[in-house]
Design a protein around this ligand. Sequence first.
Ligand code: AMP
Ligand code: ZN
Length: 466
Amino acid sequence: MALRFYNTLSQQVEEFSPAHDNTVRMYTCGPTVYDFAHIGNFRTFTFVDLLRRWLRASGFELNHVMNITDVDDKIIRNAAAQHKSLEEYTAIYTKAFLEDCGKLRLEPPERLTPATQHIEDMVLAIERLNTSQHTYTSDGSIYFRIASFPEYGKLSHTDFSGHIAGARVDVDNYEKADARDFALWKAPKEGERFWKTRLGPGRPGWHIECSVMAIKYLGETLDLHAGGVDLIFPHHENEIAQSESLTRQPFARFWLHAEFLMVEGQKMSKSLGNYYTLRDVLDRGYKPEAVRYLLASVPYRKPLNFTFDGLKSAEIAIERLRNFKRRLETDQFIAGCNEKLTFRTAQASKAFIEGMNDDLNTAEALGALFEYVRETNSAMDSGEFRADNVRTAADLLTQFDQVFAILEPTTATSHILDSEVESLIAERVAAKRGKNFSRADQIREQLLADGIILEDTKSGTRWKRK
Ligand code: AMP
Ligand code: ZN
């Protein structure tokens, strides 16, 4: 069966292929770089990575754009509190975000687009919306008039017909004609960073950046747009209103939304304080691939409850697969080929593909793989598994790892400090002197896992990073 996704817009599972050539034009909403991202954020970004990798495994090329929101209220507030310019402040967290993505093996999109590098594009878009009567100005800020877009609500499937338009509501200290209306351009408040533009001094609202950068780089109709479920309303609804008012074309054909990472029944979020950053988790000694596996193992449309036990189970699952890989590489098998097992491997590969094609049902895909690994381990124990079965089994693991990307261990070169290496070497020297060779070997292994290579010379132990 072909690749299918649940489309939030149609509320149906639909067969997916790009509209034009073989290239998928996709846009995903990126981070707001006001602090370190938490692993809830990374659930959504891991889903996007699986999506990218599976689209490519399905034979498509990618043109994927992701924004970096580098101006918003929280950023302005935090930067001011730390006496840093907006640029200095956001550079720190953009770098941290990209480092974390690297650790989690998230492929970079074809284009990363910081909002503040597109101010002129946004000004142009707002001018066009002004001309086409979709906006109004109040106290120097420019708002999108939702009443000018009758299809508003079509993504979140919300019926706004009972809404009393025109009631004056003061939200966020901005004067709006209708509570749903949202700011395209925000007049500066006292002491705030602003841009001098043809629209007057100010800064763009959050929603307009995505519409403008998506259309600029991907055209008027995207094949696919994705983010977390909290973005459906109002962010994506607003993106549709702006974009379709600008182009009169459907903004995106497919809308995919990832469910939340939860902690004890509540969304993991900064505001609730129930969050862990990736750094918090790694500092507790977990490997990034365990985090990646945990986030990937539950299908993206199901809420995922985060626990440290869950991370431990992820470690065990990874180890099982790595052991299987090791066996394929190092066990000695009897010559020949067991056709039944070749068939079984093909069957497992088909089930894996079918699971992923079914709206990225990672649980189903992993289920098929683990069942196969269990059976094949038994076939190895009983001698039924033959030398010529190795290649197809290894191919299945490659197929799996092109998407899940967890088989290669992280060598934590950046984690261990020079001083820690030195003290472990000193401990090893002492262990050897005390004839405790097993401890000495253990230290060597431990350092190697951290990417440190030891060399014993006459003048002592030298070390280097891999
Ligand atoms: P932000 O940096 O706040 O703009 O959020 C970045 C992404 O993380 C968005 O796509 C959000 O939908 C997503 N997100 C935020 N909290 C969670 C969570 N607890 N679980 C999954 N995704 C989340
Ligand atoms: Zn967006």
